[in-house]
Write a protein that binds this ligand. Structure first.
Ligand SMILES: Cc1ncc(COP(=O)(O)O)c(C=O)c1O
Length: 479
């Protein structure tokens, strides 16, 4: 791999070939063994998205007046989203680069609104402990203090405790549909009622659910209300690059009315480069993200998304039932959307060791913590592999039961150790050091080599393994 820019350029076909070669050791997402990161259907769909992206790959959505076609695509995407979320004609919004940008924008909007209308200088936001990390990131970036609502035993947020966290500085609440860790839809109606009574905006993070829950409902599924039908909901984020099966780089943030959205905007009128206005975080906005997202909506239409939702629901329902049927395993909470996680109820059955066994059988399974568990973000692509997954899971459980020492090895040991590292601040600092190291110029090669020998789960554990090694060495030095 080149560490610096080559003196001379190469032939396009050679470059394309090299790009394909780099991919060889990446996780294979095409056979349904990966359970997050990629939303894939088939090659025909991928090629379609590439073509649609290509069509606007150079166009820039920064200035809505320049490329009018892009503004049209954005407006149509927002109208379609607003309709899906049962918004009135007043609902307005912006296409963003992804769920994180949408979440960041909501926090900036409500912070600035509270500053303007209520002169709040020490803003706070309230959200369940299961809120996505993007919200913690937004809190750090925009200096808004997080007040976390703990979960009850049934994995739902404790609303009595939520009410006690409200104070003068509260600028917003966040609920999710569904939350990422366990796939539960937060009690949005009840939260909306609190929001209305106490005059606090409520954002619904439907980054995952926005483009699947409405279609599950159209198919007859009975789901608790979570969209603009709930009067207290003031904004919703919904990602098209997840269950909308668009290309990466497409989410939406919508608001109940312009009274909110205006606080998302940035305007600087005295810049020597001219008057500048921007509707979201990015400056240059990739036209390809819009065109591929718009194209996906046209391709599927409601009917196509309903079919995908039906397949996903079948897969997730069979998976949850299959997991619960395995002695010692239990699905956590009552997930109603496309994802779920499960834990071990048996103290002698280490769930992370089960995860290691699944990885060894070629699955790429994500880990939960607090409580320990394994996670599955299910799509229509997983329907054909349901039985295979469950058979491997039953076998993995049997292997771990037969050999308890597996809990002291591999990823299980690492995660077990992680849970017992007492100084979380030290952990954070060490991870920060290691993570930054990956971004040193020329450091990417390290990453690629790590991935080629270990795969994606191995790569993740690689970082944690090193952390644990550091911790063990530190303890040894102390002793
Ligand atoms: C509930 C939720 N919100 C926000 C995000 C962030 O989305 P993105 O990864 O597109 O930035 C995710 C990602 O999985 C999510 O699950």
């Amino acid at each position: 791999m080149h560490k610096s820019m080559p003196e001379e350029g190469s032939v396009a076909s050679d470059i394309m070939q090299r790009l394909e070669v780099f991919k060889q050791h990446d996780p294979d997402y095409k056979d349904g063994r990966l359970w997050s990161l990629v939303y894939y259907l088939n090659e025909e769909h991928s090629e379609f998205l590439k073509d649609a992206y290509h069509c606007y790959a150079s166009e820039n959505g920064l200035n809505p007046g320049a490329f009018k076609s892009l503004k049209r695509l954005e407006s149509e995407i927002i109208s379609a989203t607003a309709e899906l979320l049962h918004g009135t004609d007043d609902v307005c919004g912006v296409v963003t680069s992804g769920g994180t940008e949408s979440c960041l924008m909501a926090v900036k909007t409500y912070r600035d609104r509270a500053r303007d209308l209520r002169k709040i200088r020490r803003p706070e936001m309230i959200m369940p402990a299961t809120a996505h990390v993007a919200w913690f990131k937004a809190s750090e970036y925009f200096d808004v203090r997080v007040r976390l609502v703990p979960l009850k035993d049934d994995f739902t947020p404790d609303l009595q405790k939520l009410e006690r966290l409200i104070n003068r500085n509260t600028i917003m609440m966040v609920g999710a549909a569904p939350e990422y860790p366990h796939g539960m839809i937060d009690p949005i109606s009840a939260m909306g009622k609190i929001g209305q009574d106490r005059n606090i905006p409520l954002h619904v993070d439907a980054c995952v659910g926005g483009f699947i829950l409405p279609f599950m409902e159209m198919n007859g599924e009975s789901l608790p209300p979570w969209d603009y039908r709930v009067p207290g909901v003031t904004s919703i984020s919904a990602d098209i690059h997840k269950y909308g099966f668009a290309a990466k780089g497409a989410s939406t943030i919508t608001y109940r009315s312009l009274d909110y959205l205006r606080y998302q905007m940035f305007v600087y009128e005295d810049w020597p480069g001219g008057v500048f206005a921007s509707s979201a975080l990015l400056g240059t906005r990739p036209g390809g993200g819009y065109s591929a997202a718009w194209a996906a909506l046209q391709l599927f239409g409601k009917e196509g998304y309903r079919d995908l939702a039906a397949d996903t629901l079948e897969a997730v329902t069979r998976l949850k039932a299959g997991v619960n049927a395995i002695n010692g395993l239990q699905v956590m909470g009552n997930p109603q959307g496309p994802l779920f996680s499960y834990r071990s109820l048996d103290p002698d059955l280490n769930i992370y060791a089960v995860g290691d066994q699944m990885d060894a059988r070629g699955w790429q399974v994500n880990r939960n913590q607090g409580p320990p568990g394994l996670h599955a973000m299910v799509t229509a692509q997983h329907l054909p592999v349901v039985d295979h997954y469950l058979a491997d899971l039953a076998e993995s459980v049997a292997v771990v039961r037969a050999d308890p020492s597996l809990a002291q090895q591999g990823g299980a040991a690492t995660y077990g150790m992680m849970a017992h590292v007492p100084l979380r601040g030290m952990v954070k600092k060490k991870i920060l050091d290691m993570y930054s190291e990956q971004y040193r110029a020329g450091g990417a090669e390290l990453d690629i080599e790590g991935a080629s020998s270990e795969g994606v789960a191995g790569g993740k554990l690689g970082l944690l393994d090193r952390l644990v090694q550091w911790y063990v060495a530190r303890q040894a030095r102390k002793a």
